[in-house]
Write a protein that binds this ligand. Structure first.
Ligand SMILES: *[C@@H]1O[C@H](CO)[C@@H](O)[C@H](O)[C@H]1NC(C)=O
Ligand SMILES: *[C@@H]1O[C@H](CO)[C@@H](O)[C@H](O)[C@H]1NC(C)=O
Length: 179
């Protein structure tokens, strides 16, 4: 399936000026969370949204966030945050308060093997969205680990399916909600 619409795409690198420790994952995450504080990341996103509207004349803005980025999709989908729709795959560190504050259409791709989104956490998010009557979609892919929508073992059929489907899920979502 192809998107029937073309979108202006702005890739926002939340990890600006980041010198990421590539030695080991403990060091890498310490750097991501230490250098890339919520405040700094939010400043980058807010200026990106602002320039999309002012310089590029964007009327509607959808955001895609993987892992770390998922939290910011949720935060900026709160009323007044500047986004019109969002998609996230295997989000990390999103609190129930952040899910509860979401006001715009939100689609999420979860994987069964992702320890960052346990069954209880997924159920809690879905219950919040349902109670709020949010326009939302959650999809759960089997044999899909944290990060699957970005990088996975494409030689394994379930993982390949999960990655491709998460992409189509995002495209369909934006075709439905920000065209
Ligand atoms: C991982 O990186 C951190 C930060 O640089 C370092 O303190 C730690 O010793 C490293 N751990 C291993 C097992 O190499
Ligand atoms: C939920 O949202 C839909 C679509 O916006 C609306 O038609 C419906 O009335 C809402 N339901 C409740 C219980 O508010």
């Amino acid at each position: 399936m192809r998107s029937q619409f073309s979108y202006l795409l702005l890739a926002v690198l939340g990890l600006k000026n980041g010198v990421i420790n590539t030695g080991n994952s403990t060091g890498r995450f310490a750097d991501i969370n230490g250098i890339h504080t919520q405040e700094k990341v939010e400043a980058i996103i807010a200026s990106s949204i602002s320039s999309l509207r002012k310089q590029f004349g964007a009327k509607k803005i959808g955001a895609v966030g993987y892992c770390f980025g998922g939290k910011y999709v949720a935060r900026f989908l709160a009323p007044g945050g500047g986004l019109d729709a969002g998609f996230t795959a295997h989000p990390s560190g999103v609190t129930t308060d952040e899910w509860a504050a979401v006001g715009g259409p939100l689609s999420i791709a979860f994987g069964t093997l992702d320890g960052s989104n346990t069954p209880a956490q997924r159920a809690a998010a879905e219950a919040i969205f349902t109670t709020k009557n949010l326009t939302f979609q959650t999809t759960l892919y089997s044999n899909a680990e944290h990060g699957f929508a970005v990088r996975t073992d494409l030689s394994i059929p379930q993982k390949k399916f999960a990655q491709e489907s998460a992409y189509f899920q995002a495209v369909r979502w934006f075709d439905a909600w920000i065209k």
